[in-house]
Design a protein around this ligand. Structure first.
Ligand code: G1P
Ligand code: ZN
Length: 543
């Protein structure tokens, strides 16, 4: 086999964001772009020689081409083995599981998550470390450094490998193992949940719709929900992964999963609705006539996890990203377990899970998961909900009402201002940072600020520091607003405004969240001089 060392030059901007390197697909398709970044990953981890990796992606446009390049580069860099999903497909949680199960040195996941796919849309690459989780900041910083000093990459001259059938192949000395993307993951789920109880619930007529959004979870959901748990055929819709996700955003929220939402709010609604995103790590949960916010879902799952066999002995602790609502904090307090507040992004949960300090983690952005892998896991959240429903035998709406009656309700909503000019967005953030110290005592739209700061995180396990992780502003009466700029966008800047208002049990807990959160929204528009900096006050997406 011939290897070539190709001369190259650093390409600007190969800086991994909240979740890997995410760019327009055409940028990834540019000369040397993908190759430089893959070589930078290998260089950053001390080379690939003798190492084993898992490789797979969400099947979006360019997945199939990129995976062949990665295999050829892994072979030329001396990797011993690559485990790859059939057809190059692996959901992010399944990839995390395979890394752990096979004790590989890490994995490369090809995905831009919930961003749209296609030649004019988005593509992404993430590197996960040996614990199965996203590379922590020290590793992503090393990847950026390596990308800035690269002068060559290594690649094998070999024909493409047929990834269509399960089995093994060789590329030079490197072994390629092509695995069924679903089977090991399904086996893991079976150890965590009471499949018998869920099967009995479906057999008794429980109805569900799972929208796989034409993304990678389709085959997983079909295999687990329909083939294993006996949900009727057709329960899983949009189950065939498409390179362009059918032209929609594979983002499981009320905006992008509107068809499912409309069904669930209609007279024909099934008992339970759920959806997952491009790479299968996000989830949406909705009952008949009742949407469950991700922050509430995290709190409900935490409070009820002991009903599932995998968590019957209770949880060690919980962690949530800072912008996520404090609903789970109240449950943790009741359970007497630790609750951690981390920066946005799953990578901050890894150390806590490895150290046995937390079992369940979640983010307001539809990410929930546990220490069974080191990624958030969409289908896991759906199965835990099903397990809870099978045991409690009441509706989603009743579970939520019970929960609020016990803990109070954290009304919550996220407002996204997309593709705003980066300069204006940064000025807005700096303008608020400049006022932070003086905010307490000041009133905006009739709401008085009690406290304000910029969030920094000191990792309790390895002591690493992460600063500039978003601005927090608390108001009298239990309100909180968080401001931060997205780290996953590919166009201009995205300003995220997170609104939260707590109401204690006994207060009216059924009011429309938009009504409850309206004063906070107006206060923050005024406080940030939003119109001045970004030219508008109406968000593009409200979730
Ligand atoms: C977004 C979410 C964040 C999530 C990330 C990857 O990042 O807000 O919670 O971890 O996608 O799925 P952001 O664009 O806000 O940086
Ligand atoms: Zn995702």
């Amino acid at each position: 086999m011939t290897f070539e060392t190709v001369a190259t030059r650093p390409i600007n901007g190969q800086k991994p964001g909240t979740s890997g390197l995410r760019k327009k697909t055409r940028i990834f398709m540019g000369e040397h772009y993908l190759e430089n970044f893959i070589q930078a990953i290998f260089n950053a981890i001390g080379g690939a020689d003798g190492k084993t990796f898992v490789v797979g992606g969400d099947g979006r446009y360019f997945n199939a081409v990129a995976i062949q390049t990665i295999l050829k580069m892994a072979a030329a860099n001396g990797a011993a083995e690559v485990i790859v999903g059939q057809n190059g497909h692996l959901s992010t949680p399944a990839a995390s599981h395979l890394i752990r199960l096979n004790k590989t040195d890490g994995g490369i996941i090809l995905s831009a998550s919930h961003n749209p796919g296609g030649v004019d849309e988005d593509f992404g690459i993430k590197f996960n470390i040996a614990n199965g989780g996203p590379a922590p900041e020290a590793v992503t910083a090393a990847m950026l450094d390596a990308s800035e000093t690269i002068n060559s990459y290594r690649i094998a001259h070999q024909p493409d490998v047929d990834l269509g059938s399960i089995g093994s192949a060789k590329m030079g000395q490197m072994k390629i193992t092509i695995v069924d993307p679903v089977s090991d993951y399904r086996a893991l789920m079976e150890t965590l949940f009471d499949f018998q109880a869920i099967r009995a619930m479906f057999a008794a007529g429980f109805t569900m719709r799972f929208d796989a959004m034409h993304a990678v979870t389709g085959p997983y959901a079909k295999a687990i929900l329909e083939e294993t748990l006996g949900a009727p055929q057709g329960t899983v819709v949009n189950s065939v992964p498409l390179e362009d996700f059918g032209g929609v955003h594979p983002d499981p929220n009320p905006i992008w999963a509107k068809t499912l939402m409309d069904l669930m709010m209609s007279g024909d609604a099934p008992d339970f609705g759920a959806a997952s995103d491009g790479d299968g790590d996000r989830n949406m949960i909705v009952g008949r006539g009742q949407y469950v916010t991700p922050s509430d879902s995290l709190a409900v799952l935490l409070a009820n996890a002991h009903l599932a066999p995998g968590y019957k002995d209770g949880v060690a602790g919980v962690a949530r990203s800072m912008p996520t609502s404090a609903a789970c904090d109240r449950v943790a307090e009741r359970l007497g377990v630790e609750c951690f507040e981390t920066p946005t992004g799953w990578k901050f949960f890894g150390n806590l899970m490895d150290a046995g300090r937390v079992t369940i983690c979640g983010e307001e952005s539809a990410g929930t998961g546990s220490n069974h892998v080191r990624e958030k896991d969409g289908l896991w959240a759906v199965l835990l909900w099903l397990n809870i429903l099978a045991v409690r035998k009441i509706s989603v709406a009743e579970i939520l009402a019970d929960h609020w009656a016990e803990y109070g309700r954290n009304y919550y909503s996220r407002h996204d201002y997309e593709a705003v000019p980066a300069v204006g967005a940064n000025q807005l953030i700096n303008h608020v940072i400049g006022q932070l110290a003086d905010l307490p005592g000041k009133s905006f739209h009739g709401l008085t600020v009690t406290r304000a700061d910029e969030f920094s995180y000191s990792d309790p396990i390895d002591g690493s520091q992460s600063s500039h992780q978003g601005l927090r502003i608390w108001f009298e009466g239990g309100g909180r607003v968080v401001l931060r700029l997205s780290g996953t966008g590919t166009e201009g800047a995205t300003l995220r405004v997170y609104l939260e208002q707590y109401r204690v049990p006994g207060e009216d807990l059924r009011t429309d969240p938009a009504v409850v959160l309206y004063p906070l929204k107006q206060a923050i528009i005024q406080l940030t001089s939003m119109h001045h900096f970004i030219g508008r006050t109406d968000p593009d997406v409200v979730t």
